[in-house]
Design a protein around this ligand. Structure first.
Ligand code: NAD
Length: 317
C-alpha cells in the first residue's frame, strides 16, 4: 500500500485534502506532518484521527532530522507539500520566516525525496505568484506560461519554492508537479482570513475592516474542489508541469463582505474602510484550461453562503 505524506495537513486546505483523500481512496495511507504553528488546529483532523489509514507526526519541514526521520519511518511514495507560512499580512511584518519555511522547508523536503526515492512530489502553490491584473481588463487571465511577478514576501517565497521544485525535476529527474490555485473557501480556515474574520466580527457586532476601496478581485474555489484537482494532478498530471486551478468565480472584496452581512442579516454600517495593504494586488484570475483539457477537471460551484452559515453556527453555539 502506498503512503502519502501531507505536510501542513493540520491547516486549512491540507486538512480538507486529508479528509477528501481518506474518504475517496481506501487503498493508501496518509501521514500528516505538521509543525503545529499558530495556523494549525488539530480539531481540523478530528474526523480522521481514529482512521487506521491515518497517522499524525509533529515535525518541521525546515528541520533536516525531523524530515529524515519521517522518510525513514514511513517510506512515502508521494509528498504533497502544503506546509507554509500563508498569511500575506504576516509576511509584510516578518518576511524572514516566510523565506525559511516556504523556501528552505521545500528544499529540505526535496533533498529527502531525492535521497529516498519517491513516485511524485506535488508542490502546492498559489495564483499569487503571477502578481496581479488590472481591474479594467476582465478578459485577462494568467496561464501557466505567464511570467512570475509576485508582489508580497509571501508570494515571492511561494514562487521561489515552485522554481526550486521544478529545478529538481530538470536537474535530478525528480518527479515533480506544481499546482497554482486561487483563493479557497470552506470550513476550518484560520480566523485571521477574510471570510471567517468577517463572519466572526459580524456575529459579534464588531466592525469589519476592508482594505482600501474594497474593489480588489479574487477568484474563489471550495477546498473540496481544490482537493479533487490535486488528486487528479498527482495521479495523471505530467511530471515537470505546472497546473493552474481556478473556480471561475471572481468577486471583489466589498461585494463578498456585503454578501456575508446579508446572509447573516447584519447591517452594512459594520463595514469600516481601512488604509490599503502595502503592495495590495488588484485582481487575481487564472486560466484553468490546461487542467480541463489535459485532465478533464472543471471546478464545480459551491455556494459561499454554506461556508458563512457553517462558521456562524459553529461560533454561535
Ligand atoms: N488559503 C488559500 O486560499 C490558498 C490558495 C492557494 C494556495 N494556498 C497554499 O496552500 C497551502 C496551505 O494553505 P492554508 O491556507 O491551508 O495554510 P494554513 O496557514 O492554514 O496552514 C499551513 C499549515 O502548515 C503548517 N506549517 C507551517 N510551517 C510549517 C513547518 N515549518 N513545518 C511543518 N508544517 C508547517 C502549519 O502548522 C499549518 O498547519 C499553502 O502552501 C498556501 O500557499 C493557499
Amino acid at each position: 500500500m502506498e503512503t502519502f505524506v501531507v505536510t501542513g495537513g493540520a491547516g486549512f486546505i491540507g486538512s480538507a485534502f486529508i479528509r477528501y483523500m481518506l474518504k475517496k481512496h481506501r487503498d493508501r495511507r496518509i501521514v500528516c506532518f505538521d509543525a503545529l504553528t499558530y495556523a494549525a488546529d488539530m480539531s481540523n483532523l478530528s474526523s480522521v484521527m481514529r482512521d487506521p489509514l491515518f497517522s499524525f507526526i509533529k515535525g518541521d519541514i525546515t528541520a533536516e532530522d525531523d524530515v529524515e526521520n519521517l522518510f525513514a519511518a514511513y517510506r512515502p511514495s508521494v509528498i504533497v507539500n502544503f506546509a507554509a507560512e500563508s498569511h500575506v499580512d504576516r509576511s509584510i511584518e516578518s518576511p524572514s520566516l516566510f523565506i525559511k519555511t516556504n523556501v528552505d522547508g521545500t528544499g529540505t523536503l526535496l533533498d529527502a525525496s531525492l535521497r529516498h526515492g519517491i513516485r511524485r512530489f506535488h508542490q502546492i502553490s498559489t495564483d499569487e505568484v503571477y502578481g496581479d491584473l488590472p481591474l479594467d481588463h476582465p478578459e485577462m487571465r494568467f496561464t501557466e506560461l505567464s511570467p512570475l511577478r509576485p508582489s508580497s514576501p509571501y508570494s515571492a517565497s511561494k514562487a521561489a519554492a515552485d522554481l526550486l521544485a521544478l529545478s529538481y525535476h530538470r536537474t535530478y529527474g525528480l518527479d515533480v508537479t506544481v499546482s497554482r490555485c486561487s483563493n479557497n473557501f470552506g470550513p476550518c480556515q484560520n480566523r485571521e482570513k477574510l471570510i471567517p474574520k468577517t463572519v466572526w466580527n459580524a456575529i459579534h457586532d464588531e466592525s469589519i475592516p476592508v482594505y482600501g476601496d474594497g474593489l480588489n478581485v479574487r477568484d474563489w474555489i471550495h477546498t473540496d474542489e481544490h482537493s479533487r484537482a490535486i488528486d487528479q494532478i498527482i495521479e495523471r498530471g505530467r511530471s515537470g508541469e505546472v497546473y493552474n486551478i481556478g473556480g471561475n468565480n471572481e468577486i471583489n472584496n466589498i461585494t463578498l463582505v456585503k454578501e456575508i452581512l446579508s446572509v447573516l442579516d447584519k447591517p452594512l454600517s459594520l463595514i469600516e474602510y481601512v488604509p490599503d495593504r502595502k503592495g495590495h494586488d488588484r485582481r487575481y484570475a487564472v486560466d484553468p484550461s490546461k487542467i480541463r483539457d489535459e485532465l478533464g477537471f472543471e471546478a464545480e460551484k459551491h455556494s459561499i453562503r454554506d461556508t458563512v452559515l457553517h462558521y456562524a453556527n459553529l461560533w454561535k453555539a
